[in-house]
Design a protein around this ligand. Structure first.
Ligand code: AMP
Length: 287
């Protein structure tokens, strides 16, 4: 496995329009490694970037505290058979003369994660566009866990990188249903014990939402789910909504592209999760 620290080393190691890129911020877990396994079936070389992007963290967020486990990450990628890992410093991705890549995301940047984290998606657009320019991948793999980020990336690709194909990987979960996240390590024992309620609750309400015929019923189901998640006292739901997976506009009832999205706070840790109720329709067994 080649460990590239600069864009010049990437250029030397990777032929344009051949690679599958898996962008990450490191602190790798089985969710990331599942993305890597999928990448290997798309196109070689598989390039994994590990870069904690300062531009996507707000001033009051955990950029300096974000977990960094580079040696373990490199060992894990090596044993997965990754071809190239790109571990740049900030000046290699964003040199002094870097002109930020900007994209008008419209309402997508004004709701849910866009509203909760001003500037976050601008930072995501800039780093993904810059990584695409450096690696020039044929495919890129992203997780459905960060569903709104995926919608942003799809818009970026449609606008500026039409030759890159995006592959979305389903959420990888712990045995008890908690979505894997680099930030789960911050949970206290009490918070960790309650956290599976999030996925369980989304699964429970999915059939009810499928059966709901009007906005009032949908709203009542979502409010009930919020109360269930909050009932332990350890968890505090920031939002729980039924949205279209591309526009993130709220829906009155389930459509084929509808997702239940939620962010739940456990202390200062924000736990993201989502579920596509349409997945539960006949012929598509629950995950
Ligand atoms: P991050 O390192 O958190 O920026 O995540 C890098 C990529 O891994 C993103 O595309 C995430 O959506 C994806 N990812 C993170 N956690 C999971 C998970 N539990 N299941 C699937 N993909 C994930």
């Amino acid at each position: 496995m080649i460990v590239a620290r600069t864009r010049a080393e990437i250029r030397a190691a990777v032929t344009p329009d051949t690679a599958t890129l898996v962008p990450t911020m490191g602190a790798l877990h089985q969710g990331h490694l599942q993305l890597v396994r999928t990448a290997k079936n798309l196109s070689r070389p598989v390039v994994v970037s590990i870069f904690v992007n300062p531009k996507q963290f707000g001033p009051s967020e955990d950029f300096t505290l974000y977990p960094r486990t580079l040696d373990a990450d490199i060992a894990a990628l090596e044993s997965e058979g990754v071809d190239v890992v790109y571990v740049p410093d900030v000046a290699d991705v964003f040199p002094a003369d870097h002109v930020p890549v900007a994209l008008d995301l419209g309402p997508l940047d004004e709701v849910f994660e866009g509203a909760a984290r001003p500037g976050h998606f601008a930072g995501v657009v800039d780093v993904v566009a810059t990584l695409f320019t450096i690696v020039q991948p044929r495919f890129a793999v992203f997780g459905q866990k960060d569903l709104q980020q995926l919608a942003v990336v799809r818009r970026l690709v449609r606008q500026l990188f039409p030759d890159v194909t995006i592959h979305a990987e389903p959420i990888v979960r712990e045995a008890d249903g908690l979505a894997l996240s680099s930030r789960n390590r911050y949970l206290t024992a009490e918070q960790r014990a309650c956290a599976p309620t999030i996925h369980q609750t989304l699964q429970t309400i999915a059939p009810a939402l499928l059966a709901a015929r009007d906005a009032a019923s949908t709203r009542a189901i979502l409010q009930g789910a919020t109360a269930t998640i909050n009932s332990s006292g350890e968890l505090d739901t920031e939002y729980l909504a039924l949205v279209d997976g591309d526009t993130f506009q709220q829906l009155d009832r389930v459509t084929p592209n509808a997702f239940i999205i939620t962010v739940v706070r456990a202390g200062t840790t924000r736990l993201l999760d989502n579920l596509q109720p349409g997945d539960l329709q006949p012929g598509n067994p629950a995950p």
